[in-house]
Design a protein around this ligand. Structure first.
Ligand code: MN
Length: 221
């Protein structure tokens, strides 16, 4: 499976800092980071054009096609951000713990040869507000869609397509990091995670300053 390729690329033994900035492999990658900022959410990130297009999903992904999960489009994050796990220090935007909840490769549903062609297609779909793709993750598999709503250009929905990977179990109950095995609550309770600013510590990719976003609805998933 193509995942082995991805795994080989990096030794996940807690390298203290991400290195390099560009992917060397022939597959687009995705990552979902579980982030306990002022409110818990999952940052859903898709590699496109060397950066990570990012959505903050308060409730996290669902494998049930009946669920439509709110996904707020936030600013692009650097490619290296995909490996970040640790704590964003107090005082920084998005301060709080982060684990890599899932990762792997992804591709458009259409059979397009080569990463460049895939990216071109995906960027067009992004522009049009309807992204359809197939995930090859450790937790998430199969077809998903991200669809922009009419509630605003940054307001999208993350939806599982019906396929053999759909189901009704709550996938977020698998709460461990796919790179360290840590659960969010464990971050910084041992030495396996670091307490540094993430790469590009400008903004940590939350639902951007949205005071209207009902803090209490987001506190616990
Ligand atoms: Mn975040």
């Amino acid at each position: 499976m193509s995942l082995s390729l991805y795994k080989k690329k990096r030794d996940f033994k807690q390298t203290p800092e991400p290195t390099g900035g560009k992917t060397q492999i022939g597959h687009l990658v995705f990552v979902i980071q579980k982030h306990a900022a002022s409110s818990l959410h999952y940052d859903f990130r898709l590699e496109m054009e060397g950066v990570l297009k990012s959505w903050a999903v308060p409730k996290g992904p669902s494998i049930n096609p009946a669920d439509k999960r709110l996904a707020m489009l936030v600013e692009d994050h650097p490619y290296d951000y995909k490996d970040f796990e640790g704590t964003i220090a107090e005082g920084n935007y998005g301060a709080g713990r982060v684990i890599v909840w899932d990762n792997g490769t992804y591709e458009p549903l259409e059979d397009l040869e080569g990463k460049k062609a895939q990216e071109k297609h995906l960027l067009k779909q992004l522009e049009e507000g309807s992204l359809k793709f197939r995930l090859h993750g450790k937790k998430l598999q199969g077809e998903f869609a991200l669809v922009r709503t009419h509630m605003g250009k940054n307001t999208w929905l993350l939806i599982k397509h019906r396929d053999e990977y759909a189901g009704t179990t709550d996938i977020t109950r698998q709460n461990e990091s796919v790179i360290s095995g840590a659960v969010l609550e464990d971050v910084n309770k041992n030495n396996r995670t670091r307490t540094k600013s993430p790469p590009a510590e400008k903004k940590a990719g939350d639902v951007k300053k949205k005071p209207a976003k009902t803090p209490r609805e987001k506190t616990k998933a």
